[in-house]
Ligand binder design. Structure first.
Ligand code: SF4
Length: 456
């Protein structure tokens, strides 16, 4: 058994025993039950909407090169600059270099999955560049040096009363209630955003036919972050492409209805370049860091590539019984739950993360709730097939399966004590100490049926 699997099992056990995680995931689960109940009822033709959105994304992903070229030419024509990054190291190196070249010592940041994926905070700290998280939960986590639990519904893991007390302590404030503390934080963040010269944000969609970036949010912190500084650095994976502005409406509806029970995100910015001549606000310089980070590895697989239709609404994760139990830690990265199970084996080392595709009950709940009609459970099965193809199993597993197969096709062997013994010994560790491996019947179905109905 691989060390990676051992690490996974230990982290999973830790997640199961973690009461805070359990309360947090129960909270998300309940929240999403309401969100998902209402999501489809918002539209008369919700299935058609999903089909159309899914088709637009399918087009973009399957002809990505063309859409990227179109996007680049329009984006750069209006003064935006693109930094292509093959992996997370290249991305962070370029960001630090850019900030240093511009003499920037502090930047604001919005919470983003891509930033977490490239471990931007760590890189900024190592590069001696100060940063300020502007989304409330991330700001609180920064004060507490906590890792964010989820980028889709981060607000849920915040205990506001606790956060309020800590903020009062950190800023040496007089005693005040939670609302007053939140008001104080808002004013503090606005004030900081007006003074800090650079901001770093994520991106929700790249729109090919206008060369534009789309950023959605519900708190208003990103609009605030991008309005004042001279330099805006946007981070994005290449898969965020959509073909046209005409398609955008579908994605915005699906994203909002599947994350927060709204018809549209509260704030949506469409940014097509830096401040143009005659314009009175917006950053003077706009950089887009376009990250591959092994996305092309996933794209090599025609079926698995469908996972890039994902709009990161978080619905699948919140209904996943495995995630609910073990939490995000065992996935060892920013992509957790069903999406993590599909992409991690390719985006991390295959032999390091292939087992994640096996930690799935195949209940299909993720597929049922996905607004982009991604057959997630089928992609997980494809990964298992790939694992067999890549000989993920070690020789010992192969021998074990071979032996078991031999035994199982002979009734005489099955009637002995050996199969039960072998199964128990072989899968003892995988089955865990909490459960008892069930016994196989010592008699065939034929014999048991005849016995039950007294058939001679
Ligand atoms: S796979 Fe589907 S349900 Fe899961 S986050 Fe992506 S769009 Fe949402």
């Amino acid at each position: 058994m691989s060390t990676a699997l051992d690490t996974y099992l230990i982290a999973a056990q830790k997640g199961i025993n973690n009461k805070n995680h359990r309360t947090y995931s129960e909270g998300i689960f309940e929240y999403y039950q309401t969100v998902l109940k209402n999501a489809d009822s918002n539209f008369k033709y919700s299935n058609l909407l999903k089909k159309r959105a899914s088709f637009s994304k399918y087009k973009a992903i399957n002809d990505l090169e063309k859409y990227l070229v179109d996007f680049e030419s329009l984006f750069t024509r209006r003064g935006g600059r693109i930094i292509w990054a093959a992996d997370h190291e290249e991305a962070t190196k370029e960001i630090i270099k850019l900030l240093r070249d511009k003499g920037i010592q502090k930047t604001t940041k919005s919470n983003s999955k891509t930033a977490n994926e490239i471990q931007l905070n760590k890189a900024l700290e190592n590069g001696n560049i100060d940063y300020l998280e502007t989304e409330f939960n991330a700001f609180f986590n920064q004060l507490q040096k906590n890792k964010p639990e989820s980028a889709s519904v981060p607000i849920l893991n915040t205990d506001f009363a606790h956060a309020s007390q800590n903020i009062q302590k950190n800023f040496s404030l007089d005693e005040r209630n939670t609302k007053q503390t939140i008001d104080y934080v808002k004013k503090y963040l606005i004030n900081q955003c007006t003074q800090i010269r650079a901001c770093i944000t994520g991106v929700n969609f790249l729109v090919s036919d206008i060369g534009g970036l789309v950023i959605c949010e519900n708190q208003g912190n990103i609009s605030m972050t991008t309005s004042f500084p001279e330099i805006h650095i946007a981070l994005c994976g290449v898969e965020k492409m959509i073909p046209s502005l005409v398609d955008l409406e579908k994605f915005l509806h699906l994203l909002a209805t599947h994350t927060s029970n709204d018809m549209l995100p509260w704030n949506t910015q469409i940014i097509t370049g830096p401040r143009q001549e005659g314009e009175i606000d917006g950053p003077k310089e706009l950089y887009l860091v376009l990250i591959d980070n092994k996305r092309t590895e996933v794209m090599k697989h025609v079926q698995q590539r469908e996972i890039f239709n994902c709009i990161h609404c978080g619905s699948c994760t919140s209904v996943c019984p495995v995630y609910k139990l073990i939490g995000g830690e065992p996935y060892g990265g920013v992509y957790v739950g069903p999406v993590g199970s599909v992409v991690n084996p390719f985006m991390m080392d295959f032999h390091y993360a292939a087992h994640q595709s096996y930690a799935c009950t195949l209940c299909k709940r993720c597929t049922e709730v996905c607004p982009m009609n991604i057959p997630i459970h089928e992609l997980i099965l494809q990964n298992r097939k790939e694992a067999v193809r890549r000989e993920f199993y070690v020789t010992l597993d192969r021998l074990r399966i071979k032996q078991l197969r031999k035994m199982m096709i002979k009734r005489a062997a099955m009637d002995s004590w050996l199969p039960n013994y072998m199964l128990k010994m072989s899968y003892k560790k995988l089955f865990g100490s909490q459960k008892i491996f069930p016994d196989l019947s010592q008699h065939s179905f034929n014999v048991r049926y005849r016995e039950k109905y007294d058939i001679k």
